[in-house]
Design a protein around this ligand. Structure first.
Ligand SMILES: [Zn+2]
Length: 533
């Protein structure tokens, strides 16, 4: 049967299971440089989370770690924060764990953005073990890896140069020391490892303070260079699966060197690594340090988390997603989710069995709880936005429910039983309208008929007949039939009549099903509009 097809997390879990491990550690890693946005969430949270869930569903022992790389230094100051950039210029080159928080309620820059992430993540899926990179170094978890790396520095340079095609100097050490004078990590250069200590200089010409000293590079005083740091982490945490941005997978990139260092320096097999594409925001990579982001909290204001899980499930991690809240990609996603819901509950069939099976699977895996027995009330997104404008769901949910039952989108039972859920939906639709929706997607009843619409006598006759009969039509279907019938009777194209009706009422060539639209706006108003012609 088609529904036995596997979703991509299940395929990855299947490949992992062949390794026969005692425990499968799935890793996400992220630098808390700014908001954790939905693009990061795909690569650094959802891919390992969904694989972790698939492993657990197979009955395998699995663990999900999330490593906040707070030992990374600040490079750019994000543009979307309520701070003065010049107040933070001084922290460029300082690791994020040691930079003041841009918001007063957090201890540091790193704990602020990692904190915000953990405040929201439980709404989207499994809560991973929160691990601070700096704390791990400080506790000494990386000490042995640091010693190994320094003892093998020459071998590392050889591998490095061969794989990346660069020319690292023979005395290069793959480590960065935190300058004991200025606290910056970015500008130090280490040398002369004697088995216990290294010498370092905080280079003035690169932006450092000029300090020179000798130090033991352990317990949080130094961080391995990124290309060593990554595989060292696989060894420290015994990682079986990790995903990373596709850029790391480029030829000669940190995946290539990581695999080689894992094998040649740390004597281990690299985990299964999976490259994932970021989510593109109107063609640009969403970036916490630039500031063009939708973070997790913001997502929850516009849509439920299941829809985001669904988006991540329905695209393979390697394929790019073009997504924006400012155009129709958002309503289209919501509609795709609702279609998958109908397919799941057997209310719709897709073109072939394969597609049907995939939609069912993606829907089932996107649910945070076990899917309920009966299909939830479905209100088309375009109607949600319309109703939210006519009856404010915050203040007047009863009126909104009344419209929805008059348009036959919900039953009396649903109006009662799913009131909270429907209100949530309408509030989210309203938030989207108020904050993101492009002008052409907002649907409003025009207070006056637009000027310049000319109708011939036949069309005018159709309109007056519709106006006369409308009070008798009780449901959206009856209204549709009435319009269709009148048009046919006068030998006019129904499609053309509908187009004119949309233009007269909402000023657009098309819209939600006219029967529903008319009820939502109010039959009296529609009749009045038709009589104005
Ligand atoms: Zn310094």
């Amino acid at each position: 049967m088609a529904s036995s097809e596997k979703a991509w997390p299940e395929l990855i879990a299947g490949a992992l299971a062949e390794k026969n491990l005692k425990e499968y550690v799935c890793h996400g890693m992220w630098t808390p440089s700014g908001y954790f946005h939905i693009g990061n969430a795909r690569v650094e949270y959802f891919v390992p989370e969904l694989v972790y869930e698939a492993l657990a569903a197979k009955g395998l022992k699995a663990k999900f770690n999330f490593l906040a790389d707070d030992f990374d230094p600040m490079d750019k100051i994000p543009g979307n924060l309520p701070i003065k950039e010049k107040d933070f210029e001084q922290y460029k080159g300082v690791p994020y764990y040691n930079i003041p928080s841009p918001f007063p309620e957090y201890k540091s820059w790193a704990s602020c953005f990692t904190g915000k992430l953990f405040e929201a993540i439980g709404d989207f899926g499994a809560v991973p073990n929160r691990i601070s990179c700096y704390e791990s170094y400080k506790k000494g978890l990386y000490n042995e890896k640091i010693k190994t790396a320094l003892d093998n520095a020459q071998k590392i340079v050889g591998i490095w140069n061969e794989i990346t095609g660069t020319e690292k100097a023979p005395n290069f050490l793959p480590i960065q020391i935190v300058c004991e004078n200025c606290g910056k990590l970015s500008f130090t250069e280490a040398g002369n490892w004697d088995g216990k200590e290294v010498e370092y200089a905080c280079k003035k010409e690169s932006g450092g303070c000029g300090h020179k000293a000798k130090t033991r590079p352990f317990d949080g005083r130094a961080k391995l260079h990124w290309r060593m740091h990554w595989p060292a982490g696989w060894s420290v945490f015994n990682v079986a699966f990790e995903s990373g941005g596709k850029d790391h997978f480029a030829r000669g990139g940190s995946v290539d060197t990581g695999k080689a260092f894992a094998k040649e320096i740390f004597g281990m097999e690299a985990p299964l690594l999976y490259g994932a594409e970021f989510i593109q925001l109107r063609g640009a990579k969403m970036s916490g340090s630039i500031g063009n982001v939708i973070d997790l909290q913001e997502w929850l204001k516009v849509a439920k988390p299941e829809i985001f899980r669904f988006m991540n499930l329905s695209y393979r991690p390697g394929s790019a997603i073009e997504f924006s809240l400012n155009d129709n990609s958002f309503p289209l996603l919501v509609e795709r989710y609702e279609q998958a819901e109908r397919v799941y509950y057997g209310a719709e069939k897709l073109r072939d069995e394969g597609l049907t099976g995939t939609a069912r699977k993606d829907y089932a895996l996107s649910q945070m709880r076990k899917a309920q027995k009966e299909m939830p009330a479905q209100i088309p997104f375009s109607l949600q936005t319309l109703v939210a404008q006519i009856a404010d769901p915050e203040k007047n949910i009863e009126k909104a429910l009344e419209i929805l039952s008059e348009t036959s989108h919900i039953s009396a039972g649903q109006a009662k039983g799913q009131k909270g859920e429907i209100r949530q939906q309408l509030l989210r639709a309203k938030y989207w309208l108020d904050n993101y929706a492009p002008e052409e997607m907002k649907i409003r009843f025009l207070e006056k008929a637009p000027k310049g619409l000319e109708h011939d006598s036949k069309t005018r006759e159709v309109f007056s007949e519709i106006a006369r009969q409308l009070p008798k039509a009780k449901t959206p279907e009856e209204i549709q039939m009435l319009i269709y019938g009148s048009a046919k009777q006068h030998e006019l194209q129904p499609r053309e009549i509908f187009r004119k009706l949309y233009l007269m009422t909402i000023g657009k060539e098309q819209g939600p099903k006219f029967g529903s639209l008319a009820i939502a706006i109010g039959i009296d108003k529609i009749i009045k509009r038709l009589q104005e012609i």
